[in-house]
Design a protein around this ligand. Structure first.
Ligand code: V0V
Ligand code: CO
Length: 143
C-alpha cells in the first residue's frame, strides 16, 4: 500500500529557527516553502533522499493561528513530531481501503498538500496515537 515515508511533520514555534537547526545539523536543503491557509500552516520541506519509491522529506510546520491543528498541538504537547506521512500511488483509493477497516478519515476528500500533492489525514486515535497522512505526489515519476 505504501511507497515510502514521504515526510515526518515537525511542529515548530519558529519556522526560520528550526530550518536553521535542521539544515545545519543534518546538511539538509530546503526545496519548498508554502503557506497553506486551509491547513493553517506555514511550512518548509527539507529534502532527505531519493529512493525507489520517491523522495522523502522533513516537513517543518509553524501554525498560522493558535486554533489551527498545529497551534493546538503546540499548546498541548510543545514542539516535536506532529505526523508521519506515507506516499501512496492513489490517495482516494488508499482512503477508501483504510476507511473500510474502520479508521476515521479526517478528510472527506483529498486536500491540497505541499508541492502540489494530494493529501488526507487519519485519526491518530485509530492509528496507535500517530497522526497519519497519506500523500499522492504531484510528480508522476514518484508514483
Ligand atoms: C491531537 N492528538 C494527536 C495529535 N493531535 N495525537 C497524535 N498526534 C497529533 N498530532 C490527540 C490529542 O492529544 C487528543 O487525545 C486527540 O488526539 C484529539 O485531539 P484534540 O486536541 O481533542 O483535537 P484537535 O482539535 O486538536 O484535533 C486533532 C486532529 C486535528 C488530529 C483531529 O489536528 C486534525 O484534523 N489534523 C489534520 C490536519 C493537520 O494536522 N494539518 C496540519 C499539517 P487525548 O488528549 O484526548 O488523549 S498540514 C500538512 O501536513 C501539509 C499541508 C502537507 O503535508 O502537505
Ligand atoms: Co504533512
Amino acid at each position: 500500500m505504501f511507497l515510502r515515508i514521504d515526510h515526518i511533520g515537525i511542529a515548530c514555534n519558529d519556522l526560520e529557527e528550526k530550518i536553521a537547526l535542521f539544515s545545519g545539523l543534518f546538511d539538509l536543503t530546503v526545496v519548498a516553502r508554502e503557506v497553506n491557509e486551509e491547513q493553517g500552516v506555514k511550512e518548509a520541506m527539507l529534502h532527505i533522499a531519493d529512493g525507489a519509491g520517491g523522495a522523502s522529506y522533513i516537513q517543518l510546520l509553524e501554525p498560522l493561528s493558535a486554533d489551527s491543528p498545529v497551534g493546538k498541538f503546540l499548546a498541548k504537547r510543545g514542539e516535536g513530531v506532529h505526523h508521519v506521512a506515507f506516499g501512496v500511488p492513489d490517495v482516494a483509493g488508499a482512503m477508501e481501503q483504510i476507511g473500510a477497516k474502520g479508521v476515521r478519515l479526517l478528510d472527506e476528500r483529498p486536500r491540497h498538500g505541499s508541492m502540489g500533492s494530494s493529501i488526507a489525514f487519519l485519526h491518530p486515535k485509530d492509528v496507535g496515537g500517530m497522526l497519519t497522512e497519506l500523500v499522492q505526489s504531484a510528480r508522476p515519476e514518484q508514483m
